[in-house]
Structure formats: structure tokens, C-alpha cells
Design a binder for this molecule. Sequence first.
Ligand SMILES: N[C@@H](CCC(=O)N[C@@H](CS)C(=O)NCC(=O)O)C(=O)O
Length: 204
Amino acid sequence: MITLYGVPSSRAFRTIWMLEELGLSYTNIPTHYANGDTKKPEYLAINPNGHIPALVDDGAVYWESMAINLYLAKKYDKGLLPKSLPGECHAIQWSVWAMTEVENPMIDALLHRMFLPADQRDPKVADAGVAKLQGPFGVLDKQLAGNKYLLGDQYTVADVNLASVLAWGNFIGIDLAKYPNLQRWLGECTARPAAQKATALAMS
Ligand SMILES: N[C@@H](CCC(=O)N[C@@H](CS)C(=O)NCC(=O)O)C(=O)O
């Protein structure tokens, strides 16, 4: 029995993508970040940080989106987490990298180009976010030059975790023309049925 807390149009998008990759059945409680849901005592009892997503599986609670996906990939083994220690570490490495190098500037761009009400948007913040992303984009483009996926020939949780952060860029038209390997990889990842399902739920 798996319960996922969090509206799909949030970081819960990543978890939905992974649950769909694994073909798992789950209940989604649409806890919202913007209406006070995440600060209610009953939700804080699940995630004391007051953030979504959170996942309950077999009675145990998990939070932090990347950790949840790494957990799911390992527990419901469909080959999405490499079996070798270096492979597992590389999956963790790219997941942490998505959070530390990509997520914040991406969120700045997303908020100030799309999510905030028009009168609260600052194009300079959005542009600075996009400028900051150029470094990580270059790193990724090189990594993907000789690799079909992040860790090599095989699609893994590392691809889900990173592509699900980068997919936000598609909503605000971030131009990847200078990064053809990255563009090709992101297109392949986001075309997967699991990604399409998560996107449809996020948009609904
Ligand atoms: N590092 C956390 C961040 C979670 C997070 O900040 N989620 C946002 C929604 S996308 C949230 O819950 N915001 C509500 C709030 O901070 O009050 C993760 O990846 O799970």
C-alpha cells in the first residue's frame, strides 16, 4: 500500500514519474503547498518540514523527493538502480547534483516566468536563473555526448531525478539549442509514458 502526499504540480511530479516507471499502484493525496495543507498538524505529523512530497509505504514514511525515488528504485527493482556500488553512487551523485546545481536557478526562472502573478515577476531574476543554468547545462551536454543516458546505456533513477527537474524548463521555453546531447536526452526522457502521465496529471 503506497500513499503519495502532494499535488502533481509540485515536486511530487518526480515521485509520480517514478511510481509510473515502476508500474506501481498508489493513492495520491493532493496535499497543496499553497493553501496551508502542508502546515496542518496532521500533515506535519507525516513530514515535519511541511513540504511535499512525502510517501508512506508499508507504514514507513519517506520525504525528500530524490531520496524517495532512490528508495522506490531499489525496493521495487526494475533495473532502475545499478547493482554495483559505483553505479549506485553515481545515481545518488546526479540526484544530489540536480538539487544543488540545477534546482534553485530553475525555480527562479520558473517562478519569475510562469508561476508568480504577473505583477510579482522580475525578469532579471528569471534571466539570472537561466544564465546560471548554462554551467550545469554544459556539464550535462558533455556527460551525454558519449552516453545514451546519464550512467551509460541504461535508463536509471538518475535520469528520472534529473530530467524531472529539467523538464520544468520546457514549460518556460528554456533554449537548449547549444546543448544538442542534453536536448536529445531530455526529449527521450520526457517522451516516456511515465513522464507523459506525470505531466498530464501536473497540468490537469
Ligand atoms: N527538498 C525537498 C523540497 C520540497 C519542497 O520544498 N516542496 C514544496 C512544493 S514543490 C513545498 O512543499 N512547499 C511548501 C512550503 O515550503 O511551505 C524535496 O525535494 O522533496
